[in-house]
Ligand binder design. Sequence first.
Ligand code: GDP
Length: 216
Amino acid sequence: MSGDPAFSEEELEAARVLFARPAVFLMGAVSIDGLPAPDLPEVAFAGRSNVGKSSLINALTGHKHLARASNEPGRTREVNFFVLDDKLRLVDLPGYGWAKASKTEVKKFQNLGRDYLRGRPNLKRAYLLIDARHGLKEVDKEPMDAFDRAAVSYQIVLTKADKLKSVEVDAVLRRTEAAIAKRPAAFPRVLATSSEKGTGLPDLRAEIMTACAVAP
Ligand code: GDP
């Protein structure tokens, strides 16, 4: 983790308690008309297919199968909504950058993701997941541009940090923070996480709790 601790022990504990509460799958939406009413604060997760998005949502909530983890690129093509403790929603956006899908398919899912981002008054923050081994790539610029254009506050989360040595993780953190410094809607603090080892999850839970302004 870079920089000073961002949260007090009390905040981290509150976030732990919040995320230990029940999380349930609410619905999957395939079109913008099918979204749930914007009556709870939401945070959305975006990332390339296979980045570890399902694993992260499962690890955050302590579930094994809440979000469907799949190695088949592009299997998750809906916007999926999960409700945590009846207080906030975790929103799983369609993965991008997979090779197998057709251009039309890609467009359809990108449009849904984009429409969601543009027109969601209760969206408090988006999380852009980046594989720690790869860092930011050209393909990740598109979602960052979309967030910047839609003025959606977003924070970058490095995934699978356990696959690197800690000095390497620090280097990727610094590179990523430098790369997003001039992006207007990007949150300056980048988080390194491992769903496998649990690294960084207490901080991410506290970030989400704070962004949604909820308490357990
Ligand atoms: P998604 O397509 O973004 O939902 O990605 P998944 O959650 O299905 O994960 C893709 C692959 O990466 C799976 O084989 C996971 O086991 C693996 N993976 C996910 N998170 C981690 C992690 O923190 N550490 C390691 N070593 N592997 C991970």
